[in-house]
Structures are given as structure tokens and as C-alpha cells.
Design a protein around this ligand. Structure first.
Ligand SMILES: *Cc1c(COP(=O)(O)O)cnc(C)c1O
Length: 408
């Protein structure tokens, strides 16, 4: 990779302290132990009371600290330019843990209306009923309505950097300004935009990833993380009130090792995902398709994306195309999978091969009819996570044949 400036996230990751393996190996070791010895009996209460951490030489117990998991967390903090980070067993655990840490019973959240389906259900159904935490959903591009949704009990403004599946880009500096004026935190799910956008540099207080997607990149591990200040992270594993400590969605050290070994090639992968997604978006546009891709000048947030994006990583690996009806959308995907071997009909994203899904009937099916319309998710909308296998020229021809078969 070419030389990158200081502000580059992969450069920050490369500068975060390398961890040698137990025997001086170039890869880190996997510490599988669930419990750790102390050398002096007096240390035990000090660790439990939080006066001593793993820096004092004892990791205590696997739900508190694990050295392998902590190496991955350090890389993730470097990636997102935050003071600290914590790894979780899934992206949803990172989201629910962060929100339950930031909010108490009776508190209020303002959230974008175009969200990952699981997050939408957590905010719309689970949190109000189980924890007395209400959410007002707003159109994030209408800053006046975002502001108007705040109340004295609002603790969090929640959004996705690039929304699922409509790929709207959040105006992070403006949203951070609104949140901070109201004494609330801006919590951002950056799953769709690792490397291309660094939310903490635009005012976000907490940055969340589903590592299941681009960051692990192999679709073989479910994992997540929270990147935030030291105080926010420490609070999440407080012995009495820590949402992650007490709900317990701990990352397995074997998963942490796998994700950590794939971290160094994240930059290369993201560049190639974006290069190919951009070519696919252009090819479909040339065929007259209604394409949604933040790197196209026709996208409503084209300029905003350019303003927020880190140099060199393009406009992301995802695009969406509206086929006009669910039937055409299905024909498009079936042709591309079963005739062309272009990709797979599967949910999720960030895999080496292309993954395709019709959002309204899959990853956004938690949303009701009205919420789907508000979020701009029509029945014919197909989301594609563009992979990097095969020759790009072949892929573009397959894509074109798929489009013609579905619309002809
Ligand atoms: C997949 C996804 C999640 C949930 O992550 P899991 O690892 O499946 O729990 C949250 N947000 C977005 C944007 C996602 O794509």
C-alpha cells in the first residue's frame, strides 16, 4: 500500500502496539484461559474494586479481561481514533450494551428512521417495553426535525454513518453539534463504512461496528465492538451497573485472534470492494437502472460523503438498485446467482463474494409498512455487497445480463 498520512485509519492501526506471540511469534497468541492466577492474595480485592486492572499483571476472569481480546480492542480503538474500545459477541450486543449504558429507565433516544432491522426492533419494541426507554425516529437529513425531537430526557442521538439499505450518509458534524448542545451522546453504527469514514473525527462519542461484516470479512464469525472514551468503556464493565459485564456478551478469544489476523488487509479489501462497487454502480446506471451509490453524483449525499470521507477508500462496497417490483428483484437475484454465479442470495455484507438481498423482505423486514416507506425501502430494492473475487470485466458482464434478464 502507498504511504498514507497520519490521519489515515490503517496508518493508526499499524502504529498501535504490535503484540508478539508467547514465544516471540509474529502472530499474537490465543489466551484461552477463562480464569487467571494472582501472585499475591491481596491483589484479588484490588482488582475487583477496580483499583487495579490488567495493567497490574492479572486479567482476573475472562468476562472481565482477556489479553487476546484486548489486543483486538486496541487495534479497533486505533482504527476509530477513540481512547478505548471493547469487543462483544455480536454487533447487536455492542448496540444494546451501549444504549443500556447511556440510558436509564425513563430516558429518551432520538434515532434515524433508516436503520438496520435489528436495531430498529431494539429501539421500537424491546427498549420501551423491557426498559422504559422510548425512541423518536426522525429523518436525519432534516436537521430541524432532529432538533425538535429532543426532550429534557434525551440521552442519545443514534444513527448509522451510511444507512442500511438506502445508503444515506449522516451529516455527523451537524448531528454531533445538536446532540452535544442537548447534553446527549452521538452514537454511530459505522458497520457500513469502516475506513472510509471515521465518525469520531466528526464529533461522534461512541462508534459501533458489527465486526461480522467488512472488518472480519470472511462471513465466518459473528462479533462486534464499541469504540469510545475510556470512561464510557470502563462503565460498561462496572461490576454493579456495567451493561456488558452483567449481560455478558463476551467475545471469545479464538474469534478475537481470527479477526485480528484479518485486520492488516482490511485497507486492501475495502479499496477493492469500493473500486468494484463503483464500477458496478456505473454499469447499472449506464443501463438505465435506478442505482443508489454514494459515489455517484446522482446520490443525494454525494457531496456530503466526499466531505466526510478519508482519502483513498472510495465510497464503500455497497450499492442498492431498485428493480421496481419484488418479482423483478427476485428474478434479478436468481439469474445472478443461479445462471451467472455472480454472487449469492444471502443477508449480511462485507464478504469476499458478492451478497445480494431484497431488503424489504429480509434484513429490514422488522420494519412495518409505514416505517419501510419512510425509510425509502421499496419492495424492488436489492442491496448488493460487492465482492472482490473473479475478474471485474466478467463480473460487469454478468451483472448486465442479470439486469437484462430481470427487466427485459
Ligand atoms: C449486521 C448489522 C448489525 C448487527 O450485527 P450482528 O453482528 O449481526 O449482531 C448492526 N448494524 C448494522 C448496520 C449491520 O449491518
Amino acid at each position: 500500500m502507498q504511504e498514507r498520512p497520519l490521519g489515515d485509519p490503517m496508518a493508526r492501526v499499524a502504529r498501535s502496539r504490535h503484540e508478539f506471540g508467547e514465544h516471540g511469534g509474529v502472530n499474537l497468541s490465543i489466551e484461552t484461559s477463562a480464569t487467571f492466577t494472582v501472585m499475591e492474595a491481596g491483589k484479588m480485592p484490588a482488582i475487583f474494586e477496580g483499583r487495579e486492572g490488567p495493567g497490574g499483571g492479572c486479567f482476573l476472569y475472562g468476562r472481565h479481561f482477556n489479553p487476546t481480546v484486548m489486543v483486538l480492542a486496541r487495534h479497533l480503538a486505533a482504527l476509530e481514533a477513540t481512547e478505548s474500545a471493547y469487543c462483544t459477541a455480536s454487533g447487536m450486543a455492542a448496540i444494546s450494551g451501549s444504549l443500556l449504558h447511556a440510558c436509564s429507565h425513563g430516558d429518551h433516544i432520538v434515532a434515524g428512521q433508516a436503520l438496520y432491522g435489528g436495531t430498529w426492533a431494539l429501539l421500537h419494541d424491546f427498549l420501551p417495553r423491557k426498559a422504559g426507554i422510548e425512541t423518536t425516529f426522525v429523518d436525519l437529513s432534516d436537521l430541524a426535525s432532529v432538533e425538535a425531537a429532543f426532550s429534557a430526557r434525551t440521552r442519545v442521538l443514534y444513527c448509522e454513518t451510511v444507512s442500511n439499505p438506502t445508503l444515506r450518509v449522516a451529516n455527523l458534524p451537524a448531528l454531533a453539534d445538536i446532540a452535544h448542545r442537548h447534553g446527549a451522546l452521538l452514537i454511530v453504527d459505522n458497520t457500513f463504512a469502516p475506513l472510509s469514514i471515521s465518525p469520531s473525527r466528526h464529533g461522534a462519542d461512541v462508534v459501533i461496528h458489527s465486526l461480522t461484516k467488512f472488518i472480519n470479512g470472511a462471513s465466518d464469525i459473528v462479533a462486534g465492538c464499541v469504540c469510545a472514551s475510556g470512561a464510557f468503556i470502563d462503565g460498561m464493565y462496572d461490576l454493579h451497573l456495567g451493561s456488558l459485564m452483567l449481560l455478558g456478551p463476551t467475545m471469545d478469544p479464538r474469534s478475537a485472534y481470527e479477526v485480528a489476523t484479518r485486520f492488516p488487509n482490511l485497507g486492501l479489501r475495502m479499496q477493492e470492494h469500493a473500486r468494484r462497487a463503483s464500477s458496478c454502480a456505473e454499469r447499472l446506471t449506464a443501463l438505465g437502472a435506478a442505482v443508489i451509490y454514494p459515489g455517484l453524483p446522482s446520490h443525494p449525499d454525494y457531496v456530503l460523503h466526499r466531505e466526510l470521507a478519508n482519502a483513498g477508500y472510495g465510497a464503500g462496497g455497497l450499492l442498492a438498485v431498485d428493480l421496481g417490483s419484488a418479482e423483478r428483484a427476485n428474478r434479478f437475484m436468481e439469474h445472478l446467482q443461479n445462471i451467472e454465479d455472480f454472487g449469492y442470495m444471502a443477508v449480511s455484507l462485507g464478504f469476499s463474494d458478492t451478497l445480494m438481498s431484497a431488503s424489504a423482505s429480509s434484513t429490514s423486514s422488522e420494519l412495518d409498512e409505514l416505517a419501510l416507506t419512510r425509510a425509502g425501502i421499496s419492495p424492488g430494492l436489492v442491496r448488493l455487497s460487492i465482492g472482490y473475487t473473479g475478474l471485474l470485466e466478467d463480473r460487469l458482464e454478468q451483472l448486465e445480463r442479470g439486469w437484462r434478464a430481470a427487466t427485459g
